[in-house]
Design a protein around this ligand. Structure first.
Ligand code: G3P
Ligand code: CA
Length: 245
């Protein structure tokens, strides 16, 4: 698992374009990222849409719960006007449309923001949607909801699963061994990544991806720890930094 870490653009190149939009995803690839991270919710008509918050207010011209709208209703909103007038034409993408934007082999880390407590069947919906892409893209399905990953695994056992966590765990590798599905990667708040954690994860055959690191000092520390991936809002800057090393 040695070599330079993968550079994964957090919600796309979200420092330079509105997060979780086509513009942000295309820009991330232009900037040299190895791939992207994106967030999904389930609409009222059972479609997977790409947006971070469970409400529309911060990043769109709409208001209220994402899950109370149909995909057609979301398509009528701007998801870029909040960022700049130049991006006013960006809409909330459907996951199905986003996957075709990426070149073969690109990392696409799909984060399920909320599991069945909010969205019945979202794990199965994600697994079904991603299944045709599993040989073309380097897919990861991640979530802070570790139960929904079991649903993903049942529906599509070939998909790589990433365990997201943001608090100090007593024994992350011991924990993942107890889960009823194989874990491909730990997705760890970057301040919690240590070389000891990376060694323990690698000994268990598991990668470590760190989120969300933008500052040069943080990126350098993660490289020194041996992290396998760096999830960043500023992939262009991280690409330049790692190329210069
Ligand atoms: O995938 C890591 C990171 O995206 C998790 O936090 O809130 O940015 O979705 P958040
Ligand atoms: Ca996310």
């Amino acid at each position: 698992m040695a070599g330079r870490p993968s550079i994964v653009a957090h919600r796309g190149a979200s420092a330079d374009a509105p997060e979780n939009t086509r513009a942000a995803f295309l820009l991330a690839m232009e900037q040299g990222a190895d791939g992207v991270e994106l967030d999904v919710h389930l609409t009222a008509d059972g479609r997977l849409c790409v947006i971070h918050d469970h409400v529309l207010d911060r990043t769109t011209t709409g208001t209220g719960l994402v899950g109370s709208k149909t995909m057609a209703e979301l398509a009528g909103l701007s998801a870029g006007a909040w960022f700049s007038s130049r991006h006013a034409g960006e809409t909330v993408p459907e996951l199905a449309d986003v996957l075709s934007l990426f070149p073969a082999g690109a990392v696409v880390n799909v984060e399920i923001k909320n599991g069945p407590v909010w969205y019945d069947g979202i794990g199965s919906a994600v697994a079904e949607r991603l299944s045709p892409w599993k040989h073309k893209l380097s897919l990861i399905v991640s979530s802070f909801d570790h139960k929904v990953l079991e649903e993903v695994h049942r529906r599509e056992p070939d998909l790589c699963l990433g365990l997201l966590y943001e608090a100090v765990l007593y024994d992350p590798v011991g924990y993942l061994r107890r889960l009823p599905y194989p874990v491909g990667s730990l997705h760890v708040w970057h301040h919690l990544v240590t070389s000891e954690l990376v060694h323990a994860a690698h000994a268990a055959g598991v990668k470590v991806l760190a989120y969300t690191a933008d500052r040069e000092e943080d990126v350098r520390r993660l490289v020194a720890c041996g992290a396998d991936g760096i999830i960043t809002n500023a992939p262009g800057a991280v690409v330049r930094l790692l190329r210069a090393e």
